[in-house]
Ligand binder design. Structure first.
Ligand SMILES: N[C@@H](CCC(=O)N[C@@H](CS)C(=O)NCC(=O)O)C(=O)O
Length: 203
């Protein structure tokens, strides 16, 4: 059976959400981002970065969230969550990579600063840069999602599960999405999706 190392409260939730959407059975091997197991030799032999998630599927040992999501959709989706042509697949890559390259670090910085750093110790420079970079690139997504439910190909894909989950981190700590109602609605759809609810129930 497919194994997922990680926790619901980590990037592994995106892997679980894809597995739930595709109706695949899987086992969670609980490993917390702040736990010690991910720095032990046995785990580092699978994932030298010492991070979660890691996926095991038969002989395959795979780490890096997006690589795992793309692999699962391509291998098991039969078109679901994935594209049918090189052009459709490229579009999924484009939007998923846009979020990871232009927005992920800044959504994470906001989340970490507000969630784990005492108010008096927060780094204003990190917070300002994060807000500025999110404000800079969010309008691209906002315009693209106008009149659309999904970011690519007119159907749910891994780019929605990945992108909307990443951007939900900033929402959790109060980033002002009122200025970006299409993105806000996109994030809410992901958070409330049946697959995400099933993942949350495993926490
Ligand atoms: N680019 C990696 C990042 C993985 C990552 O940073 N995971 C976090 C949990 S969401 C983690 O394991 N942190 C522990 C650490 O950095 O020591 C991916 O997407 O898989």
């Amino acid at each position: 059976m497919i194994k997922v190392y990680g926790s619901v409260y980590s990037r592994a939730c995106m892997v679980m959400c894809v597995l739930e959407t595709l109706g695949l059975e899987y086992e969670i091997i609980p490993h917390l981002p702040k736990g010690t197991e991910i720095k032990e030799d046995a785990y580092l032999a699978m994932n030298p970065a010492g991070k979660v998630p890691t996926l095991i599927d038969g002989e395959l040992v795979l780490w890096e969230t997006q690589a795992i999501l793309f692999y699962l959709a391509e291998k098991y989706g039969q078109g679901e969550l994935w594209g049918n042509t090189p052009e459709e697949v490229a579009d999924i890559y484009r939007w998923s990579l846009f979020v990871s390259n232009q927005l992920e670090l800044f959504a994470l910085d906001l989340f970490l600063q507000h969630k784990f750093v005492k108010e008096e110790d927060r780094d204003a420079a990190i917070i300002d840069r994060a807000n500025n970079e999110l404000d800079r690139f969010m309008p691209i997504l906002e315009t693209h999602l106008d009149g659309k439910e999904f970011v690519s190909g007119g159907k749910l894909t891994v780019a929605d599960i990945h992108g909307a989950t990443i951007l939900s981190w900033a929402k959790l700590v109060g980033y002002n999405y009122k200025r970006f109602p299409n993105v806000d609605a996109w994030i809410k759809r992901q958070i409330k999706s049946e697959a995400q609810q099933k993942v949350n129930a495993k926490a």
